[in-house]
Unconditional design. Structure first.
Length: 202
């Protein structure tokens, strides 16, 4: 059922229908608690991606990503108390998701945060969060999977596009120094080169 709703939520008409219900706040609360419980249970080694539990977690994350992909959806998330708590939970958990077994979950959560960063209130919510900056630094510097590296760089580009003050800039640079980004300018991956160049020019 979760996978069916995930696929259906790729349609804007379905997202608009979901936004008319009064159950989304409860859904955000469910996703937040389920994510925390999943990570607490499995920790360093997540179940196979084909496992029912993993599919359920991925489908819930995918629904949130699709909701956040449309302006009305991300505005609802960043305006709702449970929605904001869910974003905080995602940021808290992202640094501890294990490599390889957790890659599919990381991919979806990075998409959620990128979509949220497009919203003005959303970017304020996540821009200087230390756990997020730490997670992005680990992915940008150490991740071997090109897709995850690109997703992290895309999110980093978004949160550095408009920096409100010097303190935020200093915090970002503490976690992701310019010299690390400079190394990516010579990457064999075109998107990695593009995003790293864009970030360095901000």
């Amino acid at each position: 059922m979760g996978n069916l709703v995930w696929k259906a939520s790729r349609l804007q008409s379905v997202v608009e229908l979901l936004l008319t219900t009064n159950k989304l706040a409860e859904f955000f609360c469910l996703v937040s608690s389920t994510l925390a419980s999943f990570m607490e249970t499995y920790g360093r080694e997540l179940p196979d991606v084909k496992c029912d539990e993993t599919q359920f977690i991925l489908s819930m994350g995918g629904i949130v990503a699709n909701l956040a992909a449309v302006p009305e959806g991300r505005q609802f998330i960043v305006s709702d108390f449970n929605g904001k708590e869910l974003i905080e939970q995602i940021i808290k958990l992202l640094p501890i998701i294990p490599c390889v077994s957790g890659d599919p979950l990381k991919r979806i959560l990075l998409m959620v945060l990128y979509n949220i960063s497009i919203n003005q209130s959303g970017i304020v919510l996540i821009q200087d969060q230390k756990p997020l900056l730490y997670a992005l630094s680990q992915i940008v510097v150490s991740e071997l999977t090109p897709e995850l590296k690109v997703l992290a760089l895309r999110l980093l580009e978004s949160i550095t596009f408009e920096i409100p003050n010097g303190l935020v800039l200093i915090k970002i640079q503490q976690y992701i120094p310019r010299d690390k980004l400079e190394l990516l300018k010579d990457s064999t991956d075109a998107e990695t080169r593009q995003y790293s160049n864009n970030i360095l020019q901000t």
